[in-house]
Ligand binder design. Structure first.
Ligand code: GRF
Length: 206
């Protein structure tokens, strides 16, 4: 049976890139080819990981652009220029304007360290602790025009334990992320994920 070429993806990072590493470590199981790792920060360790894996990198600095719209256009141009069809956000700490969703509709995935819609934003781990929540977790969702809002693809819970601080809780959340994100990206790449309004359906593997 002929096989389809793997989906070409760009991974966007701002920091350590441990989720990028998990995607790299998945190898052929990902069913997707990472054709670009892009960062808004030239010193993001995620770029080192990409270079180590022989993957092209790009830096699009926030400060080099007049506004969010110009930054977003430059990011999308770099992604398309690399031949990527889909985008995987992995700790990318910049908000893109609506142009990104228009150019990659239902083709941008994000991973967020809480069970959305609880605790959106850049401080989800700290906010869950401050709220006194007993359960938090990980959400993978499609990106839409609002921050941390698009259709939920999959979620996993993580219990908050007595004595947790942001570091200990984030470490346990990241253990889950590293297992979980490659599986979700693989399902997306295999065409097993469909969207009806806000509801995401998963098809069984064929
Ligand atoms: C992850 O915890 C992810 O949920 C959040 O940013 C963090 C990125 O970590 N969006 P890393 O750069 O992949 O290590």
């Amino acid at each position: 049976m002929p096989t389809l070429p793997p989906v070409r993806i760009a991974v966007l990072v701002s920091g350590s890139g441990s989720n990028l590493q998990a995607l790299l470590d998945a190898g052929d199981d990902l069913g997707a080819e990472i054709v670009l790792v892009l960062s808004d920060k030239a010193d993001a360790y995620g770029l080192e990981r990409a270079r180590g894996a022989g993957i092209p990198t790009a830096v699009v600095r926030w400060a080099d652009h007049a506004d969010r719209a110009a930054f977003t256009t430059a990011v999308c141009d770099a992604i398309q220029g690399a031949g990527a069809e889909a985008v995987v956000l992995a700790g990318f700490m910049r908000i893109l304007s609506a142009e990104a969703v228009e150019r990659f509709p239902l083709r941008i995935l994000n991973i967020h360290p809480s069970l959305l819609p609880s605790f959106p934003g850049a401080h989800a781990v700290e906010d869950s602790l401050a709220h006194g929540a007993k359960v938090t977790g990980v959400t993978v969702h499609f990106v839409d025009e609002q921050v941390d809002h698009g259709p939920v693809i999959a979620q996993r819970p993580v219990l908050i334990e007595e004595g947790d601080d942001a570091d200990s809780l984030h470490a346990r959340i990241q253990q889950v992320e590293h297992q979980f994100y490659p599986q979700v990206v693989a399902a997306f790449a295999a065409g097993r994920i469909t969207v009806e309004g806000r509801t995401v359906h998963w098809e069984e593997p064929s």
